[in-house]
Design a protein around this ligand. Structure first.
Ligand SMILES: Cc1cc2nc3c(=O)[nH]c(=O)nc-3n(C[C@H](O)[C@H](O)[C@H](O)COP(=O)(O)OP(=O)(O)OC[C@H]3O[C@@H](n4cnc5c(N)ncnc54)[C@H](O)[C@@H]3O)c2cc1C
Length: 466
């Protein structure tokens, strides 16, 4: 008998789920989407706050955003981006890609546009799920019974805002990157950007084109070893606010007109009823096995929980693993066994000096290991994994030359060999990278000797287990 699989959300993750479920001989998808089109976070809007239905704006895209991941790596393994001159695309090209993916795999027939999915219930968690939705146009309410549920609601919508001592005294403007659209309103202002992950760095660079001064405030062990515009300076994390500005971790102070929080987003699942038993504690979604499968109710999965990943290929592997599990192609584990695996991973993270709230952070090496493991356990071909070499190379390029890394063009050979091109000419990657890293590290060491040497000593001590 055909299993009905409910998919919540039609962003990249939900579309990928629909694509593979619809190709499975024993499953059919029903996708519910609360926006009026597919694409999720890639649907740019200049608006902030609430949409026309009074719901919070979902997308955090900004007007000039170009991807930080080259298209050759970013694509789903079975659907390349269209050939073109550039590797790093504007957000509208990614939205077009997701629409092309939807049409190519004939997915529109499965998508229902709803006011919101609410709630998802289960009688006893083993027999299936009932999903109640209100149609966006007809306003009628329907309930669908599903054998399995895939949650793909996206995790870059609900801002995570830090607690800062005396922030109520600060007379300037506070905002989160979720509300950032263009650098124009910051013309001539002094801006503190808190958080230097990919978004924090990218937005700081944009702001530096109009703002008087940008202070990029972060607690990375060492400064970002890249050349930066003259009016962009790195400072330690904020420790307190005052009326006119901020005090930073090294005791220095600066006046500011605006503080922009690039401090990430919360995981939220407001549409899951209490009996689904899902909680978020210290940035960990519980109870999950392999960041994906509900350990108590394995017919419920969550796509896209990990971060510092290559999203589309990782979604593809997660979906294929879930389908393999549903089809009985994965050796079944009990609730206790799955919970023990997760507890072991958390313990290992803490032993290595990591923080629990970084449990879902996979990073360059972790992503590749994770995807390989899913493919091995799920007995499917790890198609696309050979491109992960480009993840490391792109990460290094971004870190050491954030002003220019998007000028490169990439191609990946069938055996995974990565080739780089600049202005139509092939680059000698090894030679260039060694030179770039050597130059930037010596500049960093020159300017910031104590933090670099103490970081190096700490890393060495950790490696040697001292
Ligand atoms: C500023 C920014 C830059 C980024 N840059 C890159 C990049 O360069 N490269 C890259 O690969 N990734 C990038 N990402 C990551 C990006 O989020 C992922 O690539 C991917 O698009 C996430 O897809 P998703 O389906 O998980 O979530 P989303 O795209 O957020 O989709 C979730 C969907 O679920 C729907 N939904 C939510 N709740 C409900 C509900 N209750 N009922 C019905 N529908 C619901 C939403 O309307 C939405 O359509 C970036 C993200 C941000 C915010």
């Amino acid at each position: 008998m055909m299993k009905v699989v409910g998919v919540i959300g039609a962003g990249a993750a939900g579309l990928c789920a629909a694509r593979h479920i619809s190709a499975s001989p024993c499953m059919t998808p029903v996708v519910w989407e609360k926006a009026s089109r597919v694409g999720g976070t890639w649907i740019y809007t200049p608006d902030v706050g609430k949409d026309e239905h009074g719901l919070p704006i979902h997308s955090s895209m900004y007007e000039n955003l170009k991807t930080t991941i080259p298209k050759e790596l970013m694509a789903f393994p079975d659907f390349p981006f269209q050939d073109g001159e550039e590797s790093f695309l504007h957000h509208k090209d990614v939205l077009k890609y997701l629409e092309d993916y939807t049409n190519h795999f004939n997915l529109r027939q499965y998508i229902k546009y709803v006011e919101e999915v609410k709630p998802v219930n289960s009688d006893d968690g083993t027999t299936g799920w009932s999903v109640t939705v209100k149609d966006l146009e007809a306003k009628t309410t329907t309930t669908t019974l599903c054998d399995a549920i895939i949650v793909c609601n996206g995790h870059y919508s609900v801002p995570m805002t830090p607690t800062i001592k005396d922030i109520d005294k600060f007379r300037g403007r506070q905002m989160h990157s979720h509300e950032y659209r263009t650098p124009k309103p910051f013309s001539g202002l002094r801006v503190v950007v808190l958080g230097a992950s990919a978004s924090g760095l990218d937005i700081s660079l944009e702001l530096s084109t109009t703002a008087k001064e940008v202070l990029l405030s972060h607690n990375h062990p060492v400064n970002i070893p890249s050349e930066l515009p003259a009016n962009l300076r790195q400072v330690r994390g904020i420790v307190a606010a005052n009326e006119d500005g901020f005090v930073f971790g090294d005791g220095s102070q600066a006046e500011a007109d605006v503080v922009l929080y690039c401090t990430g987003y919360e995981y939220t699942f407001p549409f899951l009823s209490e009996e689904c038993g899902v909680s978020v504690e210290d940035n960990i979604v519980k109870p999950l096995y392999k960041h994906l499968i509900h350990t108590a109710f394995p017919s419920m999965a969550f796509i896209g929980i990990p971060f510092q990943i290559v999203p589309f290929p990782l979604f593809d592997f997660q979906v294929r693993f879930f389908i393999a599990l549903q089809a009985g192609n994965v050796a079944p584990l009990t609730h206790q066994q799955m919970a023990a695996v997760t507890a072991g991973e958390l313990k290992q993270l803490k032993v290595g000096g990591g923080k629990a709230r970084h449990h879902h952070r996979l990073g360059v090496e972790g992503s590749t290991l994770y995807m390989r493991e899913l493919a091995t356990l799920g007995h499917f071909s790890p198609e696309g994994l050979q491109k992960m070499k480009l993840f490391k190379l792109n990460f290094l390029r971004m870190l050491f030359s954030c002003l220019t890394f998007r000028r490169l063009r990439y191609s990946v050979e069938a055996d995974g060999q990565v080739r780089e091109w600049r202005n139509g000419r092939e680059v000698n990657t090894t030679l260039e990278l060694v030179w770039l890293i050597a130059v930037q590290l010596s500049r960093l060491l020159w300017r910031d000797f104590w933090s670099v040497s103490s970081f190096a000593a700490r890393t060495l001590r950790n490696r040697l287990g001292m």
